[in-house]
Design a binder for this molecule. Sequence first.
Ligand code: FAD
Ligand code: FAD
Ligand code: FAD
Length: 326
Amino acid sequence: MKLSSKNLETRLDTLYDAIVVGGGMGGISAAIYLARYGLKCLIVEKGKGRSFWMQDLRNYVGLDPHTPGRDILKDGTEQAIAWGADHLRGYVEEAIDEGETFAVRVKVGKKDPTGSVFRSKYLIAASGIIDVLPQLDNMQNVYDYAGYTLHVCMICDGFDMWDQKAVLIAGTEGQINAAFVLNWFTPYISVLTHGLCSVSDAMKQKLADHGYPLYEAAIARFLGENHQLSGVELVDGTIVEATTGLVSMGSIYHNQYLKGIQGLEWDGENLITNNMAQTSHPRIFALGDLKQGLNQVSIAVADGTLAATQIWRNIRRASPPRKWEE
Ligand code: FAD
Ligand code: FAD
Ligand code: FAD
């Protein structure tokens, strides 16, 4: 059922088998499997996550490569609800481990001061990440290109950059190293730091050896039309020609609500999981971009399948057998 502030009271006494934080690619997959195992689950989705900004899913078997993420979100959410999952638009602020259960505090509507608390036996962390973009006074100018010809994922879109003039936008010296991977797809790379870091002589020499120009002035604006990049204008008036680009500025991890939970093993901001997407906490699973591994839709979807199936196994094995009794 679709829940909202109008009907969520009907679920405040429910003990869900699992609450899925994040209704993106992994979370929806988990909910579809959970619901079809006959388990009670709630997806909480804040909206405008990473897959929402994916303008086309290029590399998923059998899907038209122009399929936008928002279409998959809409159809997948409807599918999960149709099999019996609950879905709530809201923001998970905190998850508390109560021993046998989790208490999950959800803000419903940006002005909700206290939030509502839902309870479950298992928690599926499927809240993903969001890419850091260069900050300009006019963010609309960035959004006109980000996710179209200004990419954030080389695995997803390297193919679409093949032998084009490309800008690589990095915020730290370490992030500049993406140039030496991107050059598999194109060697015509101009590196922009948007004035965010100083670059060592060793890195300058390495870029020069590869023939990749470095521009350290801040970006004034992106040039082009209809989401097609034609270049980048810097604050010093320089125009760098490019028909594509890669933003390599790191990510924000949507994991704050887990920070109070004991016994979770992390690799930096990523959760460590086993081959069933289970974390080091036996009742918490983690999917997709939030966990260690490749950030791809195909992986997140498979993780959702694995997590839901392990939860079903645990619950089924602890349940009495159903006997054919007249
Ligand atoms: P998401 O799909 O991001 O889902 C996480 C969800 O959690 C989000 O919807 C978010 O709103 C929600 N959320 C976060 N915090 C909270 C909270 N506190 N409370 C409630 N909800 C919360 N991958 C490919 O395989 N092929 C591609 O071609 C491709 N192209 C891409 C292009 C772009 C522009 C971008 C940005 C990404 C692309 N990706 C692509 C990567 C792909 O989007 C991710 O790998 C995939 O979505 C990961 O799935 P997920 O379930 O881990 O995260
Ligand atoms: P969030 O982190 O989602 O929310 C901020 C706070 O609001 C949260 O801490 C929470 O307290 C509260 N909150 C959020 N949702 C809810 C809810 N449902 N209920 C209750 N409280 C809530 N952005 C655009 O606007 N336009 C674009 O065209 C655009 N294109 C993008 C392209 C790419 C490739 C990428 C990576 C990002 C793009 N962005 C775009 C995303 C933008 O950078 C933001 O991350 C995104 O819009 C979410 O913003 P937010 O302020 O709601 O942040
Ligand atoms: P396959 O998709 O079977 O691909 C292996 C291919 O290798 C076959 O096409 C075969 O012809 C070929 N091959 C084998 N040997 C050789 C050889 N020596 N030389 C050349 N080619 C060879 N899964 C779901 O997730 N959801 C469902 O609802 C679902 N329903 C199903 C319903 C039915 C009736 C069946 C039979 C399966 C269903 N499955 C479902 C399971 C699903 O089909 C498999 O899990 C999935 O196809 C496995 O993918 P695969 O690539 O490992 O194998």
